[in-house]
Design a protein around this ligand. Structure first.
Ligand code: AMP
Length: 217
């Protein structure tokens, strides 16, 4: 299974991706996490990406495409993959098709998560993330059992630099302008596109995601 999770920042792609990966054994390829790791490690990619990420703008397509190519090349053949945060532009989607052809793979499904901008900004304001396992919490809506620490592995949680209010507005604008058109792009492709409302609790949304994909209980 190659599955794309599509949707605006704060809609729950990370949360839903972690839950789905736990249930299915599929791997997550999360371009935002890969970039944050590159940034933390000070690699050439991280240094190039930093200014774009801090401003809430998209990192240039060619950097992202190369990064995803390398990531996929490192996975064993036949691995199920959940793509979170990629593709984000039509140029990325086209390059992705070329990549898929060379791997003799196709996109099986696209899950579009959706919520209103106010819900997204509220969620992002309280968001705290685990660098180690990718789990996402919210200080108000879904706090960890112990403040500031990941329930899964005890790693201290962090507040993303690009989750500050002014950057968030730009990220939402960028989403509507650059990424939302990919919904129509994939609706015109062979992939099955499923729209799942994502304003409910994580488990409830996960139930709907698994239902449309026909996986899990
Ligand atoms: P995310 O964690 O998905 O919200 O991504 C955080 C930031 O990483 C974005 O605001 C972009 O600056 C960058 N980024 C992540 N994925 C992509 C992508 N596919 N294309 C361009 N930039 C990306």
């Amino acid at each position: 299974m190659y599955l794309i999770l599509l949707g605006p920042p704060g809609v729950g792609k990370g949360t839903q991706g972690v839950l789905l990966a736990d249930a299915t054994g599929w791997q997550r390829v999360v371009t935002g996490d890969l970039l944050r790791t590159a940034k933390d490690e000070g690699t050439p990619l991280g240094l190039q990406a930093e200014q774009y990420m801090t401003a809430g703008n998209l990192v240039p397509d060619q950097l992202i495409i190369k990064m995803v190519e390398e990531k996929l090349a490192a996975l064993p053949d036949g691995t199920g993959v959940i793509f979170d945060g990629f593709p984000r532009t039509e140029a990325q989607a086209s390059a992705f098709n070329v990549m898929l052809d060379s791997l003799s793979r196709t996109i099986d499904a696209v899950v579009v998560l959706d919520a209103g901008d106010q819900v997204l900004t509220d969620r992002i304001a309280g968001r705290r993330s685990c660098r180690s396992c990718g789990s996402v919490y919210n200080t108000v809506l879904a706090p960890p059992k112990r403040e500031g620490v990941c329930d899964n592995d005890g790693t201290p949680l962090f507040h993303r630099a690009d989750d500050q209010a002014d950057t968030v507005r730009n990220r939402l604008d960028v989403y509507h302008r650059e990424t939302e058109p990919l919904i129509a792009y994939y609706e015109g492709s062979e992939a099955a596109v499923h729209r799942v409302p994502s304003e409910g609790a994580p488990d409830e949304v996960q139930g709907k995601v698994r239902e449309v994909l026909g996986v899990g209980e």
